[in-house]
Write a protein that binds this ligand. Sequence first.
Ligand code: ADP
Ligand code: MG
Ligand code: MG
Length: 887
Amino acid sequence: MTKWVYTFGDGAAEGRAGDRNLLGGKGANLAEMCSLGLPVPPGFTITTDACNWYYENGRAFPPDLEDQVGNGLEHITAIAGRKLGDPERLLLVSVRSGARASMPGMMDTVLNLGLNDVTVEALAADAGDARFAYDSYRRFIQMYSDVVLGLDHENFEEILEDEKARLGFDLDTEFSADQWRHVVKLYKQKVEEELGDPFPQAPQEQLWGAIGAVFRSWMNQRAITYRRLHDIPESWGTAVNVQAMVFGNMGESSATGVAFTRNPSTGEKALYGEFLVNAQGEDVVAGIRTPQNITERARIEAGSDKPSLQKLMPDAYQSFVSICDKLETHYRDMQDLEFTIERGKLWMLQTRSGKRTAKAAIRVAVEMAKEGLISKEEAVSRIDPASLDQLLHPTIDPNAERNVIGAGLPASPGAATGEIVFSSDEAEEMKARGRKVLLVRVETSPEDIHGMHAAEGILTTRGGMTSHAAVVARGMGKPCVSGAGSLRVDHRNGTLIAMGVTLKKGDVVTIDGGTGQVLKGAVPMLQPELSGDFATLMEWADNIRRMKVRTNAETPADARMARSFGAEGIGLCRTEHMFFEGDRIVAMREMILADTEDGRRAALAKLLPMQRSDFLELFEIMAGLPVTIRLLDPPLHEFLPKTDEEIAEVAAAMQVPPDKLRQRTEALHEFNPMLGHRGCRLAVSYPEIAEMQARAIFEAAVEAGRKTGDPVVPEVMVPLVGLKTELDFVKARIDEVAKSVITESGAPVEYLVGTMIELPRAAIRAHVIAETAEFFSFGTNDLTQTTFGISRDDATSFLEAYRKKGIIEQDPFVSIDVDGVGELVRIAAEKGRATRNGIKLGICGEHGGDPASIRFCEEVGLDYVSCSPFRVPIARLAAAQAAVRKG
Ligand code: ADP
Ligand code: MG
Ligand code: MG
């Protein structure tokens, strides 16, 4: 026989905190609190397995559930001395949902179950308070009708508002017993009118109705959406908790409240919470009345004239404080608590680890480690690396003047300034020209991913906190303001209309993703800093981790930013960006379109000094830390002039007729550029390019060494190698250039030549390639594309469908596909080491900043990960967590 029901109460429980998979978080913690001897109303939990059984069997209850629930009720009766439906010693229960992961407000709860026309009188007599009894009954009718019978709560709220207006009341607490009795009558009439049947009177019928409704609430739209956003599998199911009611609405010595053992927004160690006198259940959160502060200190800080719990009910307050301490010590984490005081007696109704801001999470972890409650390893392991993102973006200088032209939702943190554009293609084009843009859309869709990538920030006029724009922006760590409804995008005229101002494409706007404000013009920003508890935590992480963390950076600004975030070198300096700026692109085009080697060398000679100074600046910033420079990689295609204007410009510079250039451009056109003339293939066809780049690198290294006294050991990386012979060919050219630079400068130049492993062939032949390559860097973006045969730029249109249909769990471009791509990495690492003992191994794809992928890198034993500057602290923390995990 399967055990579907676990009881708790009176200092004992059948479950434990560790049983959350089976009992849900709420049930497991209620059991744990009972075992700790805390005052918890008795009850029982129906397991998540029962919920799954229910769904697997056409929404039917397991056959033996009825008996087990009957036993559970007897257990409550034995402890409480009360029985469901018995007017002599009346028991009321709550029926509460509770999944494995907390899903606040997503599923349903019914309170005061067991009330009917007869028992309500018994409750009145028992409590000596008819007002309380009818208040409870009207709450029950509303909740039950809403949750179980599917009759929207608005039906009842309307009636209540009408009655209040008729009686001239402001607050629910002003109703007398008779007035509530009348409301109950109206409620029951409404139910019968709307549903054709009277409100169910039999407590057993009520109970089973509620249990079924809680199971069904697992599949309501809110819950489904929440699960999708939080990656919670449907297969977990929800538990149901049936628990004896205690009453916070039994008059002035009763109350209900919620609290955190520490401040959830700052992390300060100070009890933080709110309560309401003579209230029940969710009244505190529902905002029906303004709640009161729990501590005197908080009351004073808030400037409230309503007494604190500390003042009003000192005994209950004292018990509560000691329970808070006990729970925090027991769980070794900040708790989020729900409690009720019934006529002066405190009852605990829920405890769980409290949700908190990233800032609070760090402070709590660091302080708990300092208090000796947890170890440093645990402190480091507790912070979700992705959450650091909230702390790593520029924010608007609080002293700056704000010219606010609109407001929306603070959908993704950080502030961003840019020229506004209205389409993702425009965003991408402008970004390629080195401009900073803000993508403005009515709302975004998966087709906008490239534009969102290119933009500094995203502004939408429609959509909420969970809209596409908001979710994707948070994922990318880009500032976003969504649903700025007071702004209007006029696509026809290409304008943004905001409070009387009309902005055109290219006008500068700033968004504040922390407040939702939209501001005109550029606004002074404060750069994020690693200080205080954050710095302490990162220091602990650095002491724990084994892998180094480098950054992907090619501009001085990015390199500096990355260093201030703790980067230990550059793992990927892409050189193509350096060819797009200003007149460089013209010289670059000249080089590509020249049809002789001499023509190419002449154009390259113009580029050499520019490249050299780029590298010099990076070397100086990195002050002796390793710098990996990748030779030109993208398809030639991308550099070709496209418009007539561009062709004319290059033709003039080359002094050739535009038509001839156009022909050459057409000849270079490729059908599939990503698999075309790119990577080391460029260096094979045009060795002059690699030679120029190698020269720029070595000359800059010599100069930087002279200037700073820190000798630079550049790592020259040859991209897209599939054959050892390709690498041999390019390396020979690089070595030759190095020799000449050494002779010319009279300075020693130390350097490494290695390759990216980004083709399956390279991974499989890594032992051979390692004969030449002195390091490997896993370029997992391309390796993912080439392993799956999926183009990253085109994947968004179908990968989302794959995810929804359960064919893949994770976008392999976001988190490394451990089984496939990861296996190739593992093979290449092993083979590389077999040939060249201690060969330096790193990763430089987007995965280098993804915590799950970083865990994989630790398992394979890579030497470093490299990621974008803003992700450096995330990677430092994730690398430490991976090291702790590996043990
Ligand atoms: P949620 O998961 O949405 O927080 P809960 O099951 O915790 O829902 O119920 C919401 C509130 O209802 C609780 O915070 C508590 O105030 C009240 N409540 C639940 N069960 C009881 C009970 N047995 N006695 C008194 N109040 C209860
Ligand atoms: Mg709730
Ligand atoms: Mg709750």
